[in-house]
Every structure is written in structure tokens, then in C-alpha cells.
Design a protein around this ligand. Sequence first.
Ligand SMILES: [Ca+2]
Length: 338
Amino acid sequence: MLKSMVYVAMLLLLEDTTAQNPIKKRLAPPKPSTKGQCCDEVRSLKVQVANLTSILEELSRKQESDLLNVVRQMLELDKQSRQQEARVTEAESKYSEINNRVEIIQMQASQAVTKTSSDAIYDCASLYSKNYKISGEYRLPADDFLGTPDLDVYCDMETNGGGWTLIQRRKVGLSSFNRDWKQYKSGFGTIRGDFWLGNDNIFRLTRQPTTLRIEMEDWEGETRYAEYKFFTIANELNSYKLFIANYSGTAGDSLRYHNNTNFSSKDKDNDKCVDNCADLRKGGYWYNCCTDSNLNGMYYRLGKHTKNSDGITWYGWHGPSYSLKKVEMKIRPQGFRP
Ligand SMILES: [Ca+2]
């Protein structure tokens, strides 16, 4: 191929010289006998040049398309290697997530051994100050002074500094909260799912100055909270009467209306109404006449959550007929410092 290219170049040079040489042009007329022969040669050379040029063009086109193919293949390989890399990264992150979970389980297991031997644990805040800083299920030891048995609780050790003991959660929606006085007294549900910790336990945990934090999530995935710097309830003889003060938050103050009211359940009407609020709102709560919030109401799923007035409501955020997707009520001592 190189040979033919050189040949072509020489021919091109020859043609160029022939065409542009004025001497030859001037010399041409006196030799009319050789004019036809010379021009024939030039013509045939021109044809050859044209042929060779077209071959050269074809070759260069082929080369170009070969090059394009190579580039295309390289890009494809590059893409494949990047996909491979992404898969490896994904696998790695899954692995570390699992690893992380195993570590948490191991730490909680090691904590379980030591936590029962301590007698100074009253709640999640005291666990936190003893360096148990992982959210999860814990067992509070029995309180000899108050004569109360041990208690399984869920500790939120992350939100706003941690140290929170959950007293209520709604998120699964399978267990009913339309229960009687006795069940609200001792508590019901599962500590990792939906539950009420029990009015006796809440009474016991709020003997010290306590803060209440309520976290909510709607069906659009938005979250709000309401915090009461002061929160306590009375004992059973005084119908677990609610006392709250010093609201702050983003959800609105929809527990204020329930302040200074007794607890009611479907079998005990302690509300401030002619109606039976617990019966109307299908839960146990500090009903006034009846609600500005109903956190122990019926659990309604997406699609049915805006049709009833007995759902899990917080009027200050979504009004009287929007049932929330998730609620958590949690407490910690006022003096808690993370
Ligand atoms: Ca009533």
C-alpha cells in the first residue's frame, strides 16, 4: 500500500509540473506532430491518477470506519466496566449495612448482660447516661421502691440528643387501640411495633419533671413534631389526669385542649362531654368534648385515611378527618443533657 501511495504522489507531482510549467506550454506549439501523442499520455496518466485517487479515498474511508469501530468497542468496554464497578459498590454498601446491623445486635446483646445488674436505671435517659446509645428495645429493672416489676421499653437514643422512652407508637396499624380501662392501665401491643406503654408505667416514669415529644408523619411522607417541656399524669385514683405545659414544635398545639382532663376508655367515660368520646373516637385518651387530637384513634390506611373523624388525628396539622400514617410519643427527664 505504501508503494502505491508513493507512486500516486509521484504521478500527482508529475501532473502538477506538466500543467503549471509555462515553458512546456510555450514549447508545445512548434511540435504539432507529437502534440496528440503527448496529450494522450497525459490523459491516460490523468485517468490512472483519478483511479488511484479513488482507490486511496476508498482505503482511507475503510481505515476511518475501522477506527470508528475500534472507538465504539472501547466505549462499550468502558461502559461495561463502569456497570461492573457500580454493581461492586452496591454489593459493598449492602454488606456494610448488614455488618452494621450485626454490630448493633451484638452491642445490644452485650448491653443486655450488664443492664440487669444495675439498680439505678429508671428510664432510657439513665441508660443513655450509662453509655447505652443505640436505639432499640431494653428492659428496665424492677423498681423496689415503687414496687413495680421490670419493664420492656423502646429507647430512642438519636432524636434531638436521645434518651427518650417511648410511651406510644402507631405505624403498623394491625392492633386495635379501642381497648378497655384495664388494658390501657397495664399497656398493650408490641414494643417494636404499635403499643401503649400503660398508664401505670407512664405515671411511674413521670414522677420526675418530664418532657413529652410527639412525632408525626403523614401519608405524603412529611414529618412534624410537638414538644411539651412539662408533662405528667396523675395516678389511677385520679383517672390519670393529664398535665402539660410549654409547647414548642411544628405540628401545632393540639394537646392543650386536652390539658387537665381525665383519661377515658370505651368502658369508662371520664370526659367533659354529654357524649361518650371514647366510644365516638374509638380509643383511650384524655378526651375533653371531644378532641383536638386523637393519637389512639383508629388506624386508617392510605386511601381511607381522610374519611372518618375517629382516626389518628392532630387538628393543628391536618384537621379533624385526616388520619396520620405514623405517630410516636416519647418522654425524657427535663434535666436531661445528651
Ligand atoms: Ca361523656
